[in-house]
Design a protein around this ligand. Structure first.
Ligand SMILES: Cc1cc2nc3c(=O)[nH]c(=O)nc-3n(C[C@H](O)[C@H](O)[C@H](O)COP(=O)(O)OP(=O)(O)OC[C@H]3O[C@@H](n4cnc5c(N)ncnc54)[C@H](O)[C@@H]3O)c2cc1C
Length: 465
């Protein structure tokens, strides 16, 4: 593929209008591509998109952690990962490049800027192992822009009086007052979608947009077939179906669909005023929260753990984790959420949940992104492997995909993001991949019985998620 003068009239089909699909549509449209179509089984924001969430953690600028993925901040639940080819200086410089590009978008792009809240960020732990990970690997206690917190009073003082009333048992960690915070994720996702649409991208969403299979002719992917049997043909097809990608393409075990759990509780108007502009509080072993969302006055809490899979065996005998949608969480996750609240904000610990859901993302073995042309299908480009830190890059990731389409992706990024089945040979599916919390091991939804899920009644609040 030539890197010079792309054919802006050539047809491009994007499968998936989630975080990366919308980002890619936006970047292609901004480059002047005139014939871009996006397919998704749900209207944007898709209820199964990992990006359809009230908030996500974001860090600005220089990363604090050497190994890729970018940093413990942007990596949210996923604190460390010594990636195979990305350790050391090269990993650090890729990490820095990614952070800088993402940051530029959050700070300057009018499509994304309104959704970024530079509120600061606290990252902490409370067991000896967790603290070792935090201090030795992330070296937070030595970072100039992190204040070290090691008493309950120090934690409580990071937020207005009355917010953090817990005992923070054995909690220690770092507080970065600025240069990190959160984004209104759904708002940013819809903003990217609207702008791409305004620039001429066609979105076919809902029942007619669900892709059943890739359209393969003469040894190449030349489009996709929807559940309704309609064929969409294109010069380039981009697979951006998130955790569902392995259902459309043999990913050679490079993606592990993994789910996390989140719950909302309703706050009063007065509470929302008190809880406004709070720094993010993230304990890498028990959970995290950000301020309540302005629209629905709900506080989201995630319990922290290595993740759940949903294991089945395919007809060809392969082990596969198959995503499914559910607006409930296992009772064990509810217990973890309430335990986290008890330690931090006991005044909220027994308040009923107004909403909960499981949320799927796809992990590569090294948790680097997978953005590359398929080695056997030259017209197929992959844009997958968010690995739990893909949201904050919504501002820039579509640019990497567009560069891949045009054959001009930066060589270091190309190497980091490459199709790499050799890294998944004999993959250890039980690997926690540097994450902590809960039982400190991978969990299986197959072990959660029917009566071991929450029974949250969704109130009449219109379409949710
Ligand atoms: C609980 C949780 C918290 C997270 N927190 C953070 C965070 O704080 N910071 C951060 O940077 N990242 C975070 N992440 C990770 C981030 O959300 C993901 O990496 C990112 O959203 C992945 O984007 P994606 O486009 O690959 O997938 P998605 O956004 O999930 O999009 C996939 C899209 O494909 C569509 N689709 C599925 N099947 C088909 C089909 N057959 N045909 C067509 N379309 C299809 C879906 O409807 C969806 O719209 C978090 C993830 C989770 C689960």
């Amino acid at each position: 593929m030539s890197s010079s003068s792309p054919d802006l009239n050539s047809s491009t089909l994007i499968i998936g209008a989630g975080t990366w699909g919308c980002s890619t549509a936006l970047h292609l449209a901004r480059r002047g591509y005139k014939n871009v179509t996006v397919l998704d089984p749900y209207p944007v924001p898709s209820p199964i998109s990992a990006g359809n969430d009230i908030n996500k953690i974001v860090e600005q600028g220089t990363p604090i952690s050497l190994p890729f993925p970018p940093s413990p901040l942007t990596d949210n639940h996923f604190n460390t990962n010594p990636g195979s080819f990305s350790d050391g200086e090269e990993g650090a410089s890729i990490s820095e490049t990614l952070l800088q590009l993402a940051t530029e978008g959050w700070l300057t792009d009018p499509i994304f800027k309104p959704y970024y809240h530079n509120t600061g960020y606290i990252i902490c732990a409370h067991t000896p192992d967790g603290l070792t990970q935090l201090t030795k690997r992330e070296m937070l206690d030595q970072k100039a822009d992190f204040e070290w917190l090691d008493t309950p009073a120090a934690f409580r003082a990071t937020m207005p009086e009355g917010v953090l009333t817990g005992n923070f048992p054995r909690w220690k960690g770092g507080f970065k007052r600025t240069g990190a915070g959160w984004v209104f994720a759904r708002g940013a996702l819809v903003s990217a979608y609207k702008e791409a649409k305004r620039l001429g991208v066609t979105f076919i969403t809902g029942a007619k947009g669900g892709v059943k299979e890739l359209l393969i002719e003469n040894g190449d992917v030349i489009g996709a077939v929807t559940n309704h049997g309609k064929q969409y043909r294109a010069k380039t097809t981009i697979l951006a179906a998130g955790a569902n990608a392995p259902q459309l393409l043999d990913m050679k075990d490079q993606l592990r669909p993994t789910a996390w759990t989140l719950a909302h509780i309703k706050m009063s108007r007065e509470e929302c005023k008190l809880y406004k502009d709070l720094p993010v509080l993230f304990n890498i072993e028990s959970g995290f929260f950000m301020e309540p969302d302005a629209e629905k006055h709900e506080l989201k809490i995630c319990d922290e753990h290595p993740g759940y899979c949903n294991w089945t065996v395919s007809p060809s005998g392969n082990k596969e984790s198959i995503p499914f949608a559910k607006h409930q969480i296992p009772l064990e996750a509810e217990t973890r959420v309430r335990g986290f609240l008890k330690d931090t904000m006991p005044q909220l610990a027994s308040r009923p949940f107004s909403f909960a859901r499981i949320c799927w993302c796809a992990d590569t073995p090294d948790r680097n992104f997978l953005i590359d042309r398929h080695p056997e299908y030259p017209s197929l480009v992959l844009a997958v492997g968010g690995s739990g830190h893909g949201f904050m890059h919504i501002t820039s990731v579509g640019g990497f995909v567009a560069d891949t389409v045009e054959g001009k992706l930066d060589q270091r990024l190309k190497k980091a993001f490459r199709w790499r089945p050799e890294t998944a040979v004999g993959r250890n599916w039980e690997d926690v991949q540097g994450r902590r919390g809960g039982p400190n091991k991978m969990m299986d939804f197959g072990n959660v019985k029917e009566n071991e899920w929450t029974h949250i009644q969704e109130r009449a609040m219109g379409p949710r998620l």
